[in-house]
Design a protein around this ligand. Structure first.
Ligand code: BG6
Length: 476
């Protein structure tokens, strides 16, 4: 495993929720596990007038939620620093001085990460300010990390890419989609390209349909300001679901390096038909019962403007016009306030060509028995289930569906957090799990017709699988 170079990890938005919940615990864990990383330092940057001590005590509190050790305060004192870039100071000049001071004090070679954990409208100005201050290059390596959503639509993503490229090379840029850091999402690549078994059937001749479900039980609680403007298409579909879709549909890459993999993902997006607004089913949750509790509808959530028509659910059939997938529907669906948290890819295989058996449980009228299905569960209870037919014991030839199952945790123990994987890759300079500029634009292009159309989501009660006739995902 490559070791980690000594570096300074600069977090913009250091007083925010993501820093506390994800970044600090992930950085701590990475630094504990890697000898090289124990000599790395973190500089938190934000507008609030915090001191080093305040940043350290907030970080320590966050770490205590995850790790039980007495040494946390010492670690925070040794590794964490804070710089306010309030409007009254020479913002980036002060920051640059502080970076130099820290690098000198800790004999760092000038390797730097700038992690923008900021509100999306500030990605552009912050990147520009770093460039203008000469912080886009150093004696070591410099990497820029940008959280999702990257842009608001195709035009704004193109503008942001152009601005980023004025100051940083693409090889320095790490666009985050945290789903790519999930162990089980990466395992999709291992599953597809490490096993010869399924490759022969992974195409339009043998697969009838692929359904990708990302269901959340939570509502929009506390994030209405961002979410009402973004809506579910921008918050979940354009990024997380689209990433899962490309990993399932891509061709085998020529090699296992970042660009070869990302080239194949882009090819899928370019071969995919832009979404037809008439075929999209959008929804918005209303009040309902969820896990036994009465919960509010989206319109009654704090901060949601009256009469908002923002979608909180989407179900979209997507078609890829290429030799492998022509005619196979990929159903992407995702929503908030659904019955349970579940991320699942269900691959349904074609019926047997000739029906020799009768079975009342058959799912499609043309099939006399239930169809084989491969269910890849990405969270929770990560694993695979392959459903197939067996003969029920007894005289008559009655078939029953059974499954072969694999559960990740049973085999390997708890899976690491996505942010830990992503942070390790950033500091090791591996861009495989990050979204390239052409990829993010191709993905926005796909949803452009739908985002441009007037959207009137259908209501669905909290705790249902969506509006109207939306069926529950396949059981595992
Ligand atoms: C985020 C979205 O990117 O992903 C949230 O902004 C969503 O709205 C979250 O809740 C879901 O992530 P996970 O890892 O909990 O499935």
């Amino acid at each position: 495993m490559p070791t980690i170079d000594r570096h300074l990890f600069v977090i913009f938005g250091a007083t925010g929720d993501l820093t506390r919940r994800k970044l600090i615990p992930a950085l701590y864990h990475v630094m504990q596990q890697d000898e090289g990383a124990s000599n790395c330092y973190i500089l938190g940057v934000a507008r609030s007038d915090w001191s080093d001590d305040r940043f350290r005590s907030e970080a320590q509190e966050a770490l205590q939620q995850h790790f039980e050790t007495d040494a946390l305060d010492q670690w925070c004192d040794d590794h964490l620093f804070y710089q306010s870039i309030g409007p009254e100071s020479d913002r980036y000049g002060d920051l640059k001085d502080r970076i130099h001071t820290l690098e000198e004090a800790h004999a760092l070679p000038g390797n730097r990460v700038f992690y923008l954990s900021l509100p999306p409208p500030t990605y552009g100005p912050t990147t520009e300010a770093l460039g203008k201050e000469g912080l886009n290059n150093s004696d070591g390596w410099t990497r820029l990390v940008i959280e999702k959503p990257f842009g608001h639509d195709l035009d704004s993503a193109q503008e942001l890419n152009a601005l980023v490229h004025q100051h940083f090379d693409e090889a320095q840029v790490y666009r985050i989609d945290h789903y790519l850091g999930k162990e089980t999402v990466q395992n999709l690549l291992a599953f597809r390209f490490g096993n010869a078994l399924f490759e022969a059937v992974w195409n339009r001749d043998r697969i009838e349909q692929v359904e990708i479900t990302v269901a959340e039980s939570l509502g929009v609680a506390g994030r209405a300001g961002y979410y009402d403007d973004a809506g579910h298409l921008r918050d979940m579909v354009q990024n997380h679901l689209t990433q899962l879709f490309t990993l399932v549909a891509m061709e085998p890459p020529a090699t296992f390096d970042a660009d070869a993999i990302r080239d194949e993902k882009v090819k899928v997006l370019r071969a995919t038909r832009p979404l037809d607004p008439a075929r999209a089913l959008l929804g918005q949750y209303t009040a309902g019962t969820h896990a036994g509790d009465e919960v509010r509808g989206y319109q009654e959530e704090e901060g949601v403007p009256e009469g908002s028509s923002t979608e909180t659910f989407a179900q979209l059939p997507v078609y890829i016009d290429n030799w492998r997938w022509q005619g196979v529907p990929f159903i992407l669906r995702s929503g908030k306030r659904l019955p349970q948290k579940l991320t699942q890819i269900a691959v349904r295989f074609e019926c047997a060509p000739v029906s020799l058996f009768e079975n009342a449980g058959a799912e499609a009228p043309s099939c006399s028995v239930s169809q084989n299905e491969l269910i890849i569960t990405l969270q929770p209870n990560e694993g695979f289930d392959l459903r197939f037919e067996v003969k029920q014991p007894g005289e008559s030839m009655q078939l029953q569906t059974q499954k072969l199952s694999f559960r990740y945790e049973e085999a390997f123990g708890p899976v690491p957090d996505a942010y830990e994987t992503l942070i390790r890759d950033i500091v090791q300079g591996d861009q495989t799990l990050f979204v390239r500029s052409d990829e993010v634009e191709a993905s926005w292009a796909l949803y452009a017709p739908l985002l441009a159309a007037e959207r009137t989501p259908a209501p669905y009660p909290a705790g249902a699988w969506g509006p109207k006739a939306v069926a529950a995902p396949s059981p595992t």
